[in-house]
Design a protein. Structure first.
Length: 232
């Protein structure tokens, strides 16, 4: 049987234990019941180690990028060519030549003091030909010597004619039968020399044809007024 512990002894033990615990708590700052830890790193003073604060970066504003609109070029459409229906080639009509035309002269009615005649060109060729204009005219004697004459063309616009074989083109001629004393023609007798032929040159040609002339002298220095050829 264990002997009872005396009260003074218990108090002494408690007092010693309390002193020990109090010393440990003062030196290490260790709470009662927590294990004591030791560190080899020396304490760092708050004054010697300034606290570095990381600055908050300013938000960056994106630089706007200028965009240039690219113009669009429309693609041209090429029309599809259509093939025309072949037709017969046109027949080319050549110019009427002196060789295929025959000139003739017929008297025509005229007022007093004037003479008139109808000049014709007949296509005696085997094909059609084209004729347009006045051509040329002049007077001559039987020996071929020229007689004073002058062609006077009217203001009428000539029209193009197509003469089939046998077709006739006509031109009207007129002249004065009264002497013109202002230009030196005698008042009595013949005003000018008497011609025997009218030399006719078709339009766009050089060669002439001699047509018999029986209308007497042509006064006013042989001036003959002529109209362009028209269809008969």
């Amino acid at each position: 049987m264990r002997a009872p512990v005396s009260r003074p002894l218990v108090l002494a033990v408690l007092a010693v234990t309390g002193v020990a615990l109090a010393g440990c708590s003062f030196r290490g700052g260790v709470s009662v019941g927590a294990p004591a830890t030791t560190s080899s790193r020396p304490p760092t003073s708050a004054a010697s180690s300034p606290t570095t604060t990381n600055p908050t970066p300013a938000p960056s504003t994106p630089t706007p990028t200028a965009t240039t609109p690219v113009p669009t070029t429309p693609i041209p459409t090429t029309p599809v060519p259509t093939t025309p229906t072949p037709s017969a080639p046109p027949t080319t009509v050549g110019v009427c030549t002196s060789a295929q035309l025959v000139a003739a002269l017929a008297p025509a009615d005229a007022p007093a003091g004037r003479g008139a005649a109808l000049l014709t060109l007949t296509n005696t060729g085997r094909s059609a030909c084209h004729l347009k204009g006045f051509g040329g005219i002049s007077l001559s004697r039987s020996d071929g010597a020229p007689v004073l004459s002058r062609q006077v063309r009217t203001d009428a616009a000539p029209a193009g004619l197509t003469l089939e074989p046998g077709d006739v083109a006509r031109s009207s001629l007129s002249w004065s039968t009264v002497a013109n004393t202002a230009v030196g023609e005698p008042a009595t007798g013949g005003c000018e020399a008497v011609p025997t032929s009218l030399l006719v040159i078709p339009p766009d040609q050089i060669a002439d044809q001699a047509v018999p002339w029986s209308a007497g002298p042509v006064c006013d220095q042989g001036s003959i007024t002529q109209t362009p050829y028209t269809s008969g």
